[in-house]
Design a protein around this ligand. Structure first.
Ligand code: NAD
Ligand code: COI
Length: 343
């Protein structure tokens, strides 16, 4: 019987076929390595999943996705009709996935919860440092061969209180870095991490807003936290505070943020995510008019550092995102579940 089970597993592996969407050139080698190691065919498509191409999933067992914008409304119905067992995303955030719909259509969903939390944490601190040392202003001047110092005196992170919203994997990695700079760290999370609890860093949300010199967002985007940073919460913050957002654009009311940055209420913002980013970030728009007026106003500001959702983008992260998502899909097909199943 054991031989029979092993034979069946080999048979299963032999006929398993996956399809991956939105595959970039820098991911290709990791897909190919995994496919060779596991003896499973993975078809690679450059396009994101759209209502028009979702039917191309017929004939596969698993679909591997990655996109920052919305997935098609009919995604899980189509996957169910195509007999797909599992939808595995190569990223952390699942805010753009209709999990109720996946459940109703019997499709398991997996993500990659920890492909490299330090990649995102390191990047968020780096961007904050750019702001604190007025790098936008110096770059602009230097482009004109003006190498003077004054009046752009910088600020020191080690003298600041950093408020960390969300002490999950990325928030905790960021806390370690902030501590290394000598900053005082306070944090808010509805679920307390036992180690951090012992250190006494947790405060109420309102206290964090009032006391922090820097507020850094590391929580998921949920309906409850839509526009968590808004006119009201900004008015509670210290004059001259900084905001860092490498989590999700939907957490910030960008228009309110722009007003606060223009008025000087806030000293600066480092943003790796933007609420309407899907049609802008990771696209080459050279020579094209961007129609999003709020975005255009935002990127003109000298006290803002914007990056196109690249906090994750390191060699370590990319390899893990590809290989762990494929491992999860395989695990669900073989065992019915996975440690990365999104519940
Ligand atoms: P995680 O699940 O490990 O941690 C999230 C933490 O937020 C949890 O501890 C949770 O309890 C807490 N939380 C939930 N609601 C909260 C609230 N209202 N206030 C404060 N805390 C709250 O997730 P993670 O891996 O640390 O990821 C954090 C965020 O970073 C997610 O939004 C994710 O999508 C985003 N992210 C961005 C990038 C990027 O490239 N910019 C890459 C990966 C992840
Ligand atoms: C995530 O993993 O949640 C990210 O934000 C990275 C991005 C490529 C979707």
């Amino acid at each position: 019987n054991l031989y029979c089970i092993i034979d069946n597993l080999f048979l299963l592996e032999g006929i398993m076929k996956f399809v991956a969407f939105n595959v970039r050139e820098d991911e290709r080698r990791y897909f190919e390595e995994w496919s060779k190691e596991n003896g499973i065919e993975v078809s690679l498509k450059k396009e994101e999943i759209t209502p028009d191409n979702v039917s191309e999933t017929v004939g596969y067992d698993a679909v591997i996705g990655l996109q920052t914008g919305l997935y098609p409304d009919n995604l899980f119905k189509e996957l169910s009709d195509a007999n797909i067992k599992v939808f595995s995303v190569r990223n952390v955030g699942v805010d753009n996935i209709n999990l109720d719909d996946a459940k109703q259509n019997g499709i398991a969903v997996t993500n990659v919860p920890a492909y490299s939390p330090s990649a995102i944490a390191e990047f968020s601190v780096t961007q904050l440092l750019q702001l604190l040392r007025n790098q936008n202003l110096f770059r602009k001047r230097m482009a004109k061969q003006d190498y003077r110092w004054a009046p752009f005196v910088g600020k020191e992170l080690g003298k600041m209180t950093v408020g960390v919203m969300g002490t999950g994997r990325i928030g905790r990695a960021a806390i370690q870095i902030y501590k290394g700079f000598g900053a005082k760290v306070i944090a808010y999370d509805p679920f307390h991490n036992p180690e951090l609890e012992k250190e006494g860093i947790y405060v109420e949300k309102e206290d964090l807003l009032k006391k922090a010199d820097v507020i850094t967002l590391h929580m998921p985007a949920t309906d409850d936290d839509y526009h968590f940073i808004n006119e009201k919460t900004i008015s509670m913050m210290k004059d001259g505070a900084y905001i860092v957002n490498t989590a999700r654009g939907a957490l910030i009311d960008t228009s309110a943020l722009v007003e606060a940055l223009k008025s000087g209420k806030l000293a600066g913002a480092a943003l790796d995510t933007y609420e309407n980013e899907a049609s802008i970030f990771n696209h080459d728009l050279e020579g094209q008019e961007i129609e999003d007026e709020t975005f255009k106003e935002l990127i003109k500001l000298d006290n803002v550092v914007v990056s196109p959702h690249i906090a994750f983008y390191t060699n370590v992260a990319v390899e893990n995102m590809v290989k762990i998502s494929l491992d999860s899909a395989k695990e669900v097909i073989e065992t019915g579940t996975s440690s990365t199943l999104v519940k």
